[in-house]
Structures are given as C-alpha cells and as structure tokens.
Design a binder for this molecule. Structure first.
Ligand SMILES: Cc1ncc(COP(=O)(O)O)c(C=O)c1O
Length: 356
C-alpha cells in the first residue's frame, strides 16, 4: 500500500515505515542510481579545496547561472546567511518579502549572528513585491535609520513562479539606489522548467543566488551559492564561521551532480501531479483549492474549519502524510509521489468527507 515499499527509488533501504509524504519536497529519498553516484565519487578534503567532485559541482552551477564562482553549502539556510553576511554588516538592513523563507523561516539568523536588521514588505498573493514598495523602503542617509544594503528576492515563492520582468524591475530599482540583490532560488529549477528560461536567464538580474539541491532535485543534502569571486571568497570564510566547512563531501556533491543531470527535466512531472491533485481535491464540495494558483509543485488545501487535524489523522491512517498549516495546508509533490499516490489521496479525502 505504501508508495515507499516498492520501486527502484527505494531499493536497498529499510523502509517498512515509509508513507506517501506530501509535507515537502525535502522528503525525497536518494534513488539507487544516486546512491551509486555517491559510492563512485572521487573525494578529497574540501576545506583545502581538494575535493574534485565538489569543484566540478561548483564550476558547473556557476557556469549554468552565468556567475563567476560558486560554493557548496550543507543547507540553503547557511548559504543564504553567508550571502547576507557578505552584503551587510552590523547596523545594515536587508529588504525582503514577509513571506520569504530568508525572513520568516531561517530563525532570524541575520539578526542573531550578523546584527543585520530585516525590513519585511507585505508579499502579494503571487509572492511578489512592487517597485513602489521596494523604492519606498530604501532608507535615506539618516543616522536614525539602518543602512539599506540588500534586496532579497525569492523564486519560486510558495510554488508561484515570479515574473521575470518583475524580478528585473525590482532589481533595477534596488541597484539604482545602491543596493545589491540576492535571490533565494531554493526552487529555481521549478521556475526554469515552468517558464522555459535557462538558469542563466533567471539569474541575470541578480548579484547572487542560492540554489537548493535537496528539494525537488532529490539530493539528500546541499545548496550552492553562486555569485562574484569576491562574494564567494568571503562566503567561504562565513561558511567556516558557521561551521559549514566539510571534508570528503564529494559523496554529497555527487548527488547534486547526479540531480542536475537527471532530475531537472522531470520536475514537470511534479508540476503535473500537483495539478492533478488540485483538480481532484477541488471536486470535493467541502474543501477549497485555488487550482489556478498551482504553477509548480505546491497545492494549498483549505479543508474547512475544524477539519485540519481530523483530515490529517484520517490520511495518516491510510499512509499519507500532510502538514497542519492553518487555514491552508501546503501539499507538495515530488519524485516519490506518483499518479497512483495522487489518486489515492483524493479518494481518501473524499472518503473522509463522506463519513464525517
Ligand atoms: C524557499 C526556501 N529557501 C531556503 C530554504 C532553506 O533550505 P534548507 O532547509 O536547506 O536550509 C528552504 C527550505 O525549505 C526554502 O523553502
């Protein structure tokens, strides 16, 4: 019954407790082929720049992003934080959407460790900001104010692809006021697949990007920060300070290389399963799902007041894991959920409302 119990994606793993997991695309498990790439990886001590597989991954992503250089990090949070610490010092400020991960979901690291003030702007319902908002938020040269140094953007935002002309306009606005621009591109390849734009095109307006390998791309660990030589040189120092200098980490970089070669184009499957899920759930009168908002691999389900926990329990009893966000539960598709899982999810949700 459980998706994890069969299929080459899970061979070789003790997996009797696996379920269909819709909480995030971070829950993917490395496939047999990815594990083979790990086993075959050439390694060295990456703190000495000696790991050839890490070097290949960094060079490949820098080139794909059209940036001068790149650096491998254990997590997207650390990669974003290293960038923040490069652009901003104590008493400086970064501007970001209030829904963006870098502001809301990274434990305030910039303030805790860097003395950097966040300036959150209300994010609109497609995950965007306006030129007017950004322009008005840059502080004057006044001793009362923090010094505005950086605009942080995100793409995708809650599964929504950001319009490239908007990213361009926001970046120009910030740069004209002397700010740098960092993009949290944790799921930038979902945007690339959806829009048909290359990574280089998506990165062209910004100064740096953090890309996650451990989300829809299916690697167990890893993010890569891409930017100028100066940024990467300093980010390496920051990574050391943050405890992210890793040793024979080519075994993990090999997963990233495998993912870039094999798991990018298949992201369209995740976009299709998300749409199938949204359309199926939307047929159930008691729930609401905005099908038109499904652009990549995320679906937001409002199960109706008072139903969140009960629906979660019912689905868990049937081998389906979901989160418990209120009012809308975020459902995320990825390589370990297929059409069979989607149809089972819809069927079990219908069953829940039929019996309530
Ligand atoms: C948009 C976004 N940025 C950054 C991150 C941080 O990645 P990590 O969990 O590797 O620290 C996440 C993680 O979910 C994310 O969704």
């Amino acid at each position: 019954m459980y998706a994890g119990m069969s299929g080459s994606n899970h061979a070789g793993q003790k997996n009797s407790d696996l379920m269909w997991d819709f909480r995030s695309d971070t829950v993917t498990r490395p496939s047999v082929e990815m594990r083979a790439a790990m086993a075959d990886a050439l390694v060295g001590d990456d703190v000495y720049d000696d790991d050839p597989t890490v070097v290949i991954l960094q060079e490949k992503l820098a080139q794909m992003a059209g940036m001068e250089s790149a650096l491998f990090f254990p997590t997207g949070t650390q990669s974003n934080l290293a960038a923040l610490l490069y652009y901003c010092g104590r008493g400086d400020e970064y501007i970001a959407g209030d829904e963006y991960h870098i502001f809301r979901d990274e434990a305030g690291g910039a303030a805790v460790l860097g003395g950097i003030s966040p300036f959150p702007l209300p994010t609109n319902n497609t995950g965007g900001l306006t030129v007017e908002q950004v322009s008005a938020s840059v502080k004057p040269d006044d001793p009362h104010c923090p010094v505005s140094k950086l605009l942080c953007l995100e793409n995708t935002v809650a599964g929504r692809v950001q319009d490239q002309s908007l990213i361009q306009a926001l970046s120009e606005t910030a740069k004209n006021k002397g700010l740098s621009v960092h993009l949290d591109g944790a799921r930038i390849f979902n945007a690339a697949i959806k829009t048909g734009l290359s990574l280089k095109e998506l990165c062209a307006p910004v100064d740096s990007i953090s890309i996650c390998l451990s989300k829809g791309l299916g690697a167990p660990v890893g993010s890569v920060l891409c930017g100028s030589h100066a940024l990467i040189r300093q980010a390496k120092r920051m990574r050391k300070i943050l405890g992210g200098g890793m040793r024979q980490v080519g075994v993990l970089a090999a997963c990233g290389l495998y993912a870039l070669e094999n798991n990018v184009n298949r992201l369209s499957d995740d976009h299709n399963t998300a749409l199938r899920l949204a359309e199926g759930l939307n047929e159930i009168p008691e729930v609401s799902v905005d099908v038109s908002a499904v652009e990549t691999n995320m679906v937001f389900l409002n199960p109706g007041e008072g139903h969140h926990e009960n629906l979660q329990r019912h689905l868990a009893e049937n081998g389906i894991l979901i989160g418990l966000q209120i009012p809308e539960i975020r459902l995320v598709t990825h390589m370990n959920v297929d059409n069979e899982a989607i149809d089972f999810f819809i069927q079990k949700t219908k069953e829940y409302y039929a019996n309530k």
